[in-house]
Design a protein around this ligand. Sequence first.
Ligand SMILES: Cc1cc2nc3c(=O)[nH]c(=O)nc-3n(C[C@H](O)[C@H](O)[C@H](O)COP(=O)(O)OP(=O)(O)OC[C@H]3O[C@@H](n4cnc5c(N)ncnc54)[C@H](O)[C@@H]3O)c2cc1C
Length: 302
Amino acid sequence: MTRVIVVGAGVVGLACAVRLLESGHRVDVLARDLPLETTSSVAAAFWYPYRAFPQERVTAWAATAYAEFVGLAGEEHSGVRMVTGTEYLHRRQPDPWWISAVPSLARESALPDGYADGWSFTTPIIEMPIYLGWLIERIEALGGTITRLNLSALPTGSCPVVNCAGLGARFLGSDKSVVPVSGQTVLVEQVGLARWSLDESGPTYVVPRSCDIVIGGTADEGEWNRTPSPEAARAILDRATRLVPALEGAKVLRHKVGLRPVRPAVRVERVGDVVHCYGHGGAGVTLSWGAADEVVRLLERD
Ligand SMILES: Cc1cc2nc3c(=O)[nH]c(=O)nc-3n(C[C@H](O)[C@H](O)[C@H](O)COP(=O)(O)OP(=O)(O)OC[C@H]3O[C@@H](n4cnc5c(N)ncnc54)[C@H](O)[C@@H]3O)c2cc1C
């Protein structure tokens, strides 16, 4: 058994911690922000490969995570459900590059005004406040720990380290290629919505959860401000209501902003005793289990 330190308690760090514990390692997670304070807690979150590169590795990680989430959807209290919905497109398009990661995808013929194409598929919706709690319990049940610690550098010396600092890798690893792409959401009351909807061009997305609906969004590259903008919220609600008219008049519950850790390529790479795993962009939840499996393989190599 090797002791491993995981830096970061977002969805990526927690998935890595679970997989390492399952492989028999002793794992201590160190993080400045605890799970419910992270970007991961703001995620909508549904399985969809968005703003994460390169396509080939992302598709493989996403396929692994899709299969894991299908299993978790059958588990009580995981916060994961399989939900069917539609992505609407303004122009006719070939199949999406990640099509091999989903079991099936059907072209849509009933389209709202302004759309020329669309595809429907069943995908996991992951209710982050519940799911992060489930991950914490899983880590604790396997004997792992999660401790708040603001690090000025990656720990060095005694044991392997997994760097899942998300946007924090910009400072912890001096990696200026990871940049914030801010995303704002509006949480509204559940109005009986059962399907998700997406128009990636906004992006505009409507993600129904058990007790509320997450509506987005924005994607502002280089924006560090985490204060919700009232103008952006109005625009989000307008776009979403055009896409899903049932949202008209829905009561607004909360506004949120998170900073996606976007990088030209997601970094899953071993350098000496450090395995880096960050830069998952707009798809950290979608890629989490696939990336975590690769982290374990890299750590146990030679
Ligand atoms: C509005 C919005 C909607 C989204 N929707 C989706 C979606 O539907 N599906 C999807 O897959 N993804 C979605 N995402 C993207 C997803 O949220 C991110 O890709 C994911 O959260 C990244 O996870 P992470 O664990 O790498 O980083 P984070 O969640 O940011 O966690 C990073 C961790 O590292 C710690 N850390 C950083 N620096 C230090 C330091 N110096 N010392 C100690 N600890 C440190 C932090 O405190 C934190 O614990 C969305 C994002 C936003 C903003």
